[in-house]
Ligand binder design. Structure first.
Ligand code: PEP
Ligand code: MG
Length: 756
């Protein structure tokens, strides 16, 4: 019976429409469990009813025509309790409600299980039999397991219901997590992610010659791509890393593999995509079953190469698309390269099914000032090209908004623009609180630094340059010369200011397509300084490039990401010193002529908080990366939409730790700033000021907003609010405290849509 379970769930998820899916579900469940009747009730939030959507066993006239109140009958009881109910004789239960003309009287035993998604009961699945008996443990366990699986599938499938079966003119409201503030009313532009082997369905084609040509073309493109990467890498990376790319090159020349795929195309008449899937999957299976771990690993390479071939066979030409009007980018998982694909002036919003509040896509959206909602359950194909509204404050998405909603949001949008104009007007004001306290405001940058527009008059420099972003947009490790050029542009552009460049912070969710890392727990794995210390070749090239790029401007500060121990700092410092000496000797410069750059450490791993004394002996400054620090402190994956609600920047533990960092830094006399997103968040800003932070780095988009806020608040008021907040038990209380404060100042528009 359990072996059927997976099949039932998969077929449910794959059905074309929700009615098809649920009809299939009741049929298959009835057969698999050998039932006399199987029915499904779906919760309708709007009408607050449980509607009988499908049944195999009840009379057909009651299906679609039966709607129970949420506390009515035994089905209502399952809904209320959120637990299975197993009865030998349902009619004897005091809450039993007879359904006239349903033929229900023939069934005695009843087992109902709730279908739950994100804590909400989406429906009730009911199994019935004529024989008066309790369902056994195995049957109960089967139905419960089936319902658990159905929860998430139904959660998504429900999105079809309003689209397909409810009258036109009804807007669909979806809830996700608010990831970047603002409102957007535009067309949804759906981008499909990269294809994987399991996405391909086996298909045949009579056009054998054409399919063969497609396949050979893809192999050639892939081989060219790998050999280009390999040539660039040869002198730059260690042997281990190089071998990795070489393996891919060899696989693409593997006669047995290529011939096996061609046989599938020529003899079995499969399409190129299907042939790749069939052969790659059979190889993968063979390798995965091997005992030897080295051989097991080969499965990963075959999968990668197979998927790369599929990518070249199916890739869209989104880069070349002309976007005549603004769009809201929608994808299962919006990636940084997808964002980079759309012209900035046409990108008006971002919706991603996966991704958390502090994911790098969320950060980039905020940096670009584009509203974003992440983690909403959406069926992509249903919203392609529909008009949608996104509210990046509340995390709501409205698909096909009706006239009155459009009108309402247009008013809010107008107010937003008015507020923006007001805030921008004040851009030449000093970064000073109303009571005269100066705050150093710095810029976070990484991508399109030349596009950052703001008033340099009251600006204290670059607080964080995310050096990995240009690496991510390139197809191979950039050479030292290429890096010098990139860094020089930034250092020269801001030559009158200190520029803090962070060394390569890849790993976690920041992948390089040409340096794949597969790990069970990437955020706890080979990331940031851990990776670059293991690859002194990559690290040295980057440091030398930074140093060389700064020879004229002399405004470079170097910052190390993901530091968790003093040993890492010592090692990195020694490599930096080595590179600096090399540059001095090469250019015959003395230490006075080319001083060693200031060195800093990011405080983003909790262990670093407790070694500030030792860090202060080694480096010149600290900068708190509140995004990662919050993730590691609360043990909440910053990218995981399932736990996005738990990523609470105002959690009392976050406040306490921020207070501790400041105290420790002051005690050990070391500069401390903030470069995480908290600094640009209106409430985060107020908390940080109240705690005593005076140096804050943020994206360009937030600068004017932050300045405006600074100009309207006073330090004593914020100290009082923060003292109160430090006593708070939960983030919600703390947030509300500051929202109330903003409201008393008429600044509520900073935390919700519209002006007020
Ligand atoms: C941080 O973690 O707060 C930070 C600034 O670094 P990133 O977001 O790039 O990981
Ligand atoms: Mg970080």
């Amino acid at each position: 019976m359990f072996s059927q379970l997976r099949q039932i769930v998969e077929q449910f998820g794959e059905a074309e429409t929700l009615p098809d899916a649920i009809n299939l579900l009741v049929q298959q469940t009835k057969t698999t469990m050998n039932l006399d009747c199987c029915s499904i009730f779906i919760t309708n939030k709007e009408t607050q009813k449980l509607s009988l959507m499908a049944s195999e066993g009840l009379a057909s006239q009651v299906v679609g025509a039966t709607h129970f109140n949420l506390d009515e009958g035994i089905v209502g009881l399952v809904y209320q309790k959120g637990e299975p109910i197993n009865l030998a004789n349902v009619a004897e239960h005091p809450q039993f409600k007879y359904l006239p003309s349903s033929n229900e009287e023939q069934f005695s035993s009843f087992l109902g299980t709730p279908i739950i998604h994100k804590r909400q009961v989406m429906g009730v699945l009911v199994a019935q039999q004529k024989l008066p008996r309790l369902f056994n443990k195995l049957e109960e366990s089967f139905l419960v397991t089936l319902s658990v699986h159905l929860g998430s599938v139904l959660g998504k499938a429900m999105m079809d219901l309003p689209n397909k079966s409810i009258k036109k003119n009804r807007s669909l409201h979806l809830q996700g997590s608010p990831a970047s503030p603002g409102i957007s009313i535009n067309k949804a532009h759906v981008l499909q992610g990269h294809i994987v082997l399991s996405d391909v369905t086996i298909e045949t084609s009579e056009q054998t010659a054409h399919e063969l040509r497609l396949f050979r073309g893809a192999v050639q493109t892939c081989a060219d791509e790998f050999s280009k990467v390999a040539t660039t890498l040869k002198d730059q990376v260690s042997k281990d890393a190089f071998v990795l790319f070489d393996v891919y090159g060899h696989l693409l020349k593997d006669k047995a593999l290529l011939a096996a795929i061609e046989v599938q195309i020529q003899e079995n008449k499969l399409t190129a995509k299907s042939a790749i899937k069939r052969v790659a999957e059979s190889y993968i299976k063979q390798f995965e079953n091997m005992q030897d771990t080295y051989l097991k690993e080969r499965a990963v390479e075959i999968r990668d190469v197979g998927q790369r071939l599929l990518y070249h066979l199916t890739k869209h030409n989104d880069e070349k698309q002309n976007f005549s009007e603004g769009i809201i980018l929608v994808a299962e998982e919006v990636t940084i390269s997808m964002l980079a694909m759309i012209p900035v002036n046409k990108l008006k919003g971002v919706v991603s099914v996966r991704g958390g509040l502090s994911s790098h896509v969320a950060i980039l959206s905020r940096a670009l000032g584009i509203p974003a909602v992440l983690g909403a359950s959406i069926r992509l194909k249903n919203i392609a090209d529909s008009y949608i509204i996104i509210d990046g404050y509340a995390g709501t998405i409205i698909v096909d908004p009706n006239k009155s909603l459009k009108a309402k949001y247009n008013v809010l949008l107008k107010e937003e623009n008015e507020m923006k104009a007001l805030v921008d007007q004040g851009s030449d004001q000093p970064a000073m609180t109303k009571d005269g306290c100066f705050i150093e405001v710095l810029l976070n940058t990484g991508l399109n630094a030349h596009l950052d527009r703001f008033n340099e008059q009251h600006f204290a420099g670059i607080g964080l340059y995310r050096s990995e972003l240009p690496f991510m947009l390139s197809s191979a490790f950039p050479t030292e010369q290429q890096q010098i050029k990139t860094y020089q542009r930034l250092l020269e552009q801001y030559k009158n200011f200190p520029v803090t460049m962070r060394t390569l912070d890849i790993g976690g969710d920041k992948e390089l397509s040409y340096f794949p890392i597969t790990e069970e727990n990437p955020f706890l794995g080979w990331r940031g300084i851990r990776l670059t210390l293991d690859h002194p070749d990559i690290f040295r090239i980057q440091i030398r490039a930074m140093l060389r790029a700064s020879m004229n401007s002399k405004n470079l500060r170097i910052m190390l990401p993901m530091v968790g121990s003093i040993g890492e700092v010592e090692e990195a410092k020694s490599l930096i010193q080595q590179a600096w000496k090399e540059v001095c000797i090469e250019h015959e410069l003395t230490a006075e002529q080319f001083p060693f750059p200031e060195l800093g450490v990011m405080i983003e791993v909790p262990s670093a908080v407790f070694i500030i004394k030792q860090l202060a002996e080694q480096v010149d400054f600290l900068s708190v990366g509140t995004n990662d620090l919050t993730q590691y402190l609360l043990a909440v994956d910053r990218n995981n939409s399932r736990v996005a609600d738990l990523f609470d920047s105002y959690h009392p533990a976050v406040l306490q730790v921020m207070q501790l960092i400041l105290q420790q830094s002051q005690e050990h006399n070391i500069e401390v700033s903030i470069c995480g997103e908290l600094a640009g968040d209106p409430i985060g800003l107020l908390i940080l000021l109240g705690l005593g932070y005076r140096k804050l780095s943020m994206n360009a988009f937030n600068m004017n907003k932050v300045k405006y806020l600074l100009n309207h608040v006073t330090i004593p008021e914020l100290e009082t609010c923060t003292a109160m907040a430090l006593k708070g038990h939960d983030g919600q209380f703390i947030k509300q405290h500051f929202v109330d404060y903003l409201d008393t100042k008429g600044l509520g528009g900073f935390v919700r849509a519209g002006k007020k």
